[in-house]
Design a protein around this ligand. Structure first.
Ligand code: HEC
Length: 262
């Protein structure tokens, strides 16, 4: 069990819990007091140890419904304002349910709070979120292969660009520079391209690589969606003119040409 109080919310909860326990105790004591006071003032009724179900059907016995003929015996001693009251026993099935709830509550308390075997609500929530995340990833993976050289487009949403930047930082900066300004590999921020400047061409260059020129093929390490993300990130750097940019290599591809060829 872990009783560590970390947040203000937990502290408030603890205070409330303590108030609740004291409140319940106070209620119990005052009820007991009231009961004893009232009991002493009531006229005592002789104990009637009779079988109130005598002559009842089996059905009535199971559900503990005393026959109306026993009303006399069940009549309570007091009759405030002339109102008479029957002391009907609580039906057996109801008491049975009540005892079952008590047993369940004890089992619950031990499993969830003492042993900590079960997941309480927030653990359940975290587990479900993790499972959903996994399912989502599996789903994305399944559809990642749906992107290819002929249908790839430039992604513009910040999340994809961010993902692309991460991939670039991890895999590409060694040869292309931290700002894609070019090192061993060419500058990727200018309009000059060795292998074509459209998204489809860039996607193909990264996927297949140019092995004999030192640019490896990435199709084993990155899935098509990731290649699309890193390509989109490269496009987002177009015209950024980073410091120490490598001289242009290849042919210039004008933005309007890129737009046409996309
Ligand atoms: C081992 C060094 C190296 C790594 C790592 C590398 N590249 Fe390259 N890259 C090169 C070289 C060298 C070229 C130029 C190939 C040529 O001269 O034809 C190139 C070319 C390219 C081109 C074509 C540029 C043009 O002008 O057409 C793109 C796009 C590119 N790389 C993207 C990437 C991306 C994205 C990554 C990371 C996933 C990456 N590269 C990782 C070395 C590397």
């Amino acid at each position: 069990m872990n009783f560590e109080i970390k947040t203000g919310e937990e502290l408030l909860l603890m205070v409330l819990l303590i108030c609740l326990i004291f409140g319940a105790l106070a209620l119990l004591v005052s009820t007991l007091h009231l009961y004893l006071t009232v009991k002493n003032t009531l006229p005592t009724k002789e104990e009637t140890k009779v079988d109130v179900y005598e002559g009842s059907s089996i059905w009535n016995r199971i559900f503990r419904v005393p026959p109306s003929s026993t009303n006399e015996q069940l009549l309570m001693a007091h009759a405030p304002d002339g109102i008479q009251e029957l002391d009907n026993p609580t039906p057996g099935w109801f008491m049975g349910l009540f005892y079952i709830t008590i047993i369940c509550a004890i089992g619950y308390l031990i499993t969830y709070h003492v042993i900590g075997d079960g997941d309480v609500m927030h653990q359940e929530y975290t587990a479900e979120m993790a499972a959903a995340e996994q399912a989502h990833e599996a789903y994305l993976k399944k559809f990642a292969n749906a992107v290819n050289e002929s249908n790839v487009t430039v992604l513009k949403d910040p999340k994809s660009i961010e993902a692309g930047k991460k991939l670039f930082d991890q895999n590409c900066t060694a040869c292309h520079g931290a700002a894609a300004e070019g090192k061993v590999g060419p500058n990727l921020t200018d309009a000059y391209w060795l292998h074509g400047g459209t998204i489809k061409a860039v996607f193909k260059t990264i996927t297949e690589g140019v092995p004999d020129k030192g640019m490896i093929s990435w199709k084993k390490q990155l899935n098509p969606i990731q290649i699309q993300q890193v390509s989109s990130y490269i496009f987002s750097l177009q015209g950024s003119k980073p410091a120490g940019a490598k001289a242009p290599q290849g042919e210039e591809v004008k933005p309007e040409e890129v737009a046409q060829k996309q």
